[in-house]
Design a protein around this ligand. Sequence first.
Ligand SMILES: Cc1cc2nc3c(=O)[nH]c(=O)nc-3n(C[C@H](O)[C@H](O)[C@H](O)COP(=O)(O)OP(=O)(O)OC[C@H]3O[C@@H](n4cnc5c(N)ncnc54)[C@H](O)[C@@H]3O)c2cc1C
Length: 372
Amino acid sequence: MQCGNGLQELEDTLRVRGLTTGHSPQSKPLAQMGGLVATRSIGQFSTLYGGIEDLVVGLEAVFPGGTVTRIKNVPRRAAGPDIRHVIIGSEGALCFITEVTVKLFRYQPENNRYFGFLADEFADGVAALRELITAGYRPSVCRVYSPEDARQHFAAFYQGKNVVVLVAEGPEGIADATAEAIGELFAGRPHERVDGALIRQWFENLNWGQDKIDAEKTAMLENAHLGYTTEVSVSWSRVSELFDAVMSRIRGEFPRAGDLTMLGAHSSHSYQTGTNLYFVYDYTIRCSPREEIEVYHKPLNAIIVEEALRLGGSMVHHHGIGKYRTPWVRQEHGSAYYLLSTLKHAFDPRGVMNAGTIFPLEPDAGAGDSAS
Ligand SMILES: Cc1cc2nc3c(=O)[nH]c(=O)nc-3n(C[C@H](O)[C@H](O)[C@H](O)COP(=O)(O)OP(=O)(O)OC[C@H]3O[C@@H](n4cnc5c(N)ncnc54)[C@H](O)[C@@H]3O)c2cc1C
């Protein structure tokens, strides 16, 4: 696909042929293939299909100076380091991606089974996901929402509790086996079951097109009220600690805590060794619009990033570093930042590519940074 092809358009074309990319970020109606690869994006069915890094098999990119690189499409190879990863997630700071080749899967929605459960504690919901994933099951969707976050999505049935959402997907035998394992796991837990049809209905209306973006912009301007997110990842053993630390620091330390109208989180992408936490926060803006980022978004984002790093996690799970998280990029990578900064110096020595994204604007001081 050429970089400017929209994912929605690609999926619509594939699905009538019984195929899918397996990539379904909430931004599917808005995002293009180049942007999805550049940001190292992830979709709602990631536990089964993986993130974009698991789906890309071939690439073409143009580097500053005009060098065009094509990375060929092969099932696997051991011909040196995997050079796709120099490009995937480079956020326009090293090269411009012109073409992307992704895997295709059979599209079998008729086999999907939807599940919802209510948990008293966030930690209980996380424990259930951990049990399922580490036992080897791969439901395509595997999520838990804190009550504050759940209220935005499941107001009709959440009952003030944490909501666990699961989807079993794949060939019939695999979907059935996954559904059976989910049934067995929750039979042994005190979580109330939600009608799967409600979860299915919710999924079918989850994605954001331009209409929702426009409606949100209008509401923001009319009400001076804004919502933001910061997503991080951490090992299973530290998830609850991270959740509690962020909640308590924001409520206790953030000087504008009184302006928050919602503070919650969900885990939406899980792995053998851990999961992500996607913190969501809404606030009423009580300052000039120009100050809003400094007064609200940056300090809230900083608390979440600091806590994720303190607990040995990553400061960014899937939105990319962009410009707001560059101050922590050296801390994120530690001694491995040498590899990243060397790529920047080698491929973009004049710093013409997306300045200030991933790489801080001020000169590097560490080893391997002498080209700056
Ligand atoms: C409503 C909403 C929901 C979202 N949901 C998800 C989600 O579920 N999962 C997820 O991972 N992300 C999500 N995102 C974040 C983001 O939209 C995605 O990560 C998506 O990949 C961005 O693609 P885009 O084409 O819109 O890129 P843009 O927003 O246009 O660009 C993003 C970055 O990539 C660079 N870039 C774009 N194209 C290229 C190219 N061809 N070559 C090199 N660099 C390039 C840009 O310079 C920029 O730094 C969401 C965003 C919104 C607004």
